[in-house]
Design a protein around this ligand. Structure first.
Ligand code: ZN
Length: 142
């Protein structure tokens, strides 16, 4: 994927993010994620049914990297089982950490594959993914 395409995917998900809203029912689990080294402060709202992620919404103030990757994450994880979602998250974290990862399951999220070149943005790119991982791990223990 060339850099122009990457930029346009990031910009599109920043300007027109998917699933950016506060849900109007209380069956969603809420978790706050924030990054003190940037302006990022995002609430994630996750609706689980048994071990399936039925919906993810988010809202908050954050930079372009953080908003866009959260938008992409919601699209990737909605409809997945907790186990599948944790695997996708692990692959994304591996990509950011320059380890081996499966590009096929990350789809659009591979636009962040050179984030390691800007270490200050690593937190922005992983903030909500790490928050989602924590939420799902907590839930899968129950
Ligand atoms: Zn940020």
């Amino acid at each position: 994927m060339n850099n122009d395409l990457k930029r346009s995917i990031i910009l599109d998900n920043y300007q027109f993010p998917s699933n950016r809203k506060i849900p109007n029912d209380d069956s969603y689990i809420k978790i706050n994620t924030n990054n003190e080294s940037c302006i990022d402060n995002i609430d994630l709202y996750v609706k689980l049914e048994n071990d399936i992620i039925k919906d993810i919404n988010f809202e908050g103030e954050a930079c372009a990297i953080s908003i866009s990757t959260t938008s992409i994450m919601t699209k990737l994880l909605i409809g997945k089982s907790i186990k599948e979602a944790l695997n996708i998250i692990r692959n994304y974290q591996n990509m950011i950490e320059e380890k081996d990862y499966d590009a096929n399951i990350l789809k659009e999220a591979i636009v962040y594959n050179e984030t390691y070149k800007q270490p200050s943005r690593i937190k922005c790119a992983t903030l909500t993914w790490n928050g989602m991982e924590k939420l799902l791990k907590d839930k899968s223990l129950n």
